[in-house]
Design a protein around this ligand. Sequence first.
Ligand SMILES: Cc1cc2nc3c(=O)[nH]c(=O)nc-3n(C[C@H](O)[C@H](O)[C@H](O)COP(=O)(O)OP(=O)(O)OC[C@H]3O[C@@H](n4cnc5c(N)ncnc54)[C@H](O)[C@@H]3O)c2cc1C
Ligand SMILES: NC(=O)c1ccc[n+]([C@@H]2O[C@H](COP(=O)([O-])OP(=O)(O)OC[C@H]3O[C@@H](n4cnc5c(N)ncnc54)[C@H](OP(=O)(O)O)[C@@H]3O)[C@@H](O)[C@H]2O)c1
Length: 298
Amino acid sequence: MSIKLPGGMERVRDSERNLTSAAREPSTGRLYGAGPVPFNARIIERRDLNDRLAIIRVKFEKGAPPHFEPGQYMDVGIVVHDAERDSIGNSPHRNLLTRSYSIASSPEREVLEFYVSLVKRGILTPRLWRLRKNDRLWVQPRPRGRFTLEPVPKEADVLLIATGTGIAPYISMLRTYRRSNRLHRAAVVHSARTPVELGYHEELRAMSKEQAGLRYIPTITGDREASTWEGLRGRVQTLLESGRLEALSGFSLDPVRAHVFLCGNPKMVDNVSENLETRGFTPHTRMRAGNIHTERYW
Ligand SMILES: Cc1cc2nc3c(=O)[nH]c(=O)nc-3n(C[C@H](O)[C@H](O)[C@H](O)COP(=O)(O)OP(=O)(O)OC[C@H]3O[C@@H](n4cnc5c(N)ncnc54)[C@H](O)[C@@H]3O)c2cc1C
Ligand SMILES: NC(=O)c1ccc[n+]([C@@H]2O[C@H](COP(=O)([O-])OP(=O)(O)OC[C@H]3O[C@@H](n4cnc5c(N)ncnc54)[C@H](OP(=O)(O)O)[C@@H]3O)[C@@H](O)[C@H]2O)c1
C-alpha cells in the first residue's frame, strides 16, 4: 500500500507492521535504497547519557531545516544494507527505514536535536546506535504533528508531563519561549528510572531558576538502593493522585485555566488522561478543542 505525499513523493506502508518503511523517488518511481543512498543529513554531535539514551544533533547537508512548531516531530531514516535486510522483511526494496522523533531543538537553530532511547529489540534504534559523528542519515524535511502550544491560550497554566524521551518536545517549547511570555506559568514533570536518565536535568534546573513562572519537577522511579537521589520518587500517576504534582506545580489543576500535555509511554498517557477526565479536563482532538494534549510514542 502506498500514500501520496506533497511534492510527488510516495510512501510505502509496510502492511505487516503498519510502519512507513520506504520512500519512492517521484521522477523515476524507484524505491530509495534500491538506487543511490538517499542521505540528506549528517550527525554532527552525539552525546550518550548511558548505553541506551543519546542526544543526537543532526544537520541537513544542504540548507537549513524547514520551519517547525515547537512540539512537532520529524521522521528519521537509515538505509539498511543487504546483510541486515532479512531481519526486516523479504522485499529487496525496503531499504530506507524511518521512525518518528520529536524535535528537541528550537526552530531558530540550524541544527536539529533528537533525544533517543535504544529499544534493544527494535528495528531502527539498534542500527541508529551504530552511527557516530559525521555519519549520514535521512531526515524527512517535513515536520509533523499537532502536539504544540498553538491551541493553548496565552494566559493558560500549562502542565507538561513526560516519561523518558517524551521530554524532547517540551525542551523545544521551553528553549523557544525562554525569553517570551508565552509560557507565563508552567510546570514540567519528567519521570525517569535513574537520575542519569533525566536528560536535560541541568538545563531545566537553570531555566526554572531563571523564570519565576516555571517549575521543574523531576521524579525517579528506579531502584532506591541503586542511587543517592534525594528528590521526588514515584510514577506520574501516583504523584498526581496524591496531590503532590499539584502542590509542586505552583498552580491548581483547574480545567478552566489549565492545559495538560502528556508525552511518552502510552500507558502513562492513557492513565493520566483518565484521571484528568474525572477532574473535568477533556481531550483535545481535531474535532473538538480540549485541554488534554497527548503524544504517544508507541
Ligand atoms: C510522534 C512520535 C514521536 C516520537 N519521538 C520519539 C523521541 O523523541 N525519542 C524516542 O526515543 N522515540 C520517539 N518515538 C518512538 C520512535 O518513533 C520509535 O518507535 C522508537 O525509536 C523505536 O523504534 P525501533 O525501530 O527501534 O523499534 P520498533 O521495531 O519500531 O519497535 C518495537 C516495539 O518496541 C516498542 N517501542 C517502540 N518505541 C518504544 C520506546 N521508545 N520505548 C519502549 N518501547 C518502545 C513498541 O511496542 C514497538 O512495537 C516517537 C514516536 C512517535 C509516534
Ligand atoms: N536496563 C535496561 O536495559 C533498560 C532500562 C530501562 C528501560 N529499558 C528499555 O528502554 C526502552 C524505552 O525507555 P524509555 O526511556 O522510553 O522509558 P523507560 O526508561 O522505560 O521509562 C521512563 C519512565 O517512564 C515510567 N513509566 C514506564 N511505564 C509507565 C507507566 N505505565 N505509567 C507511568 N509511568 C511509566 C518509568 O517508570 P518505571 O520505572 O516505574 O517503569 C520511568 O520513570 C524500553 O524498551 C525499555 O524496556 C531498558
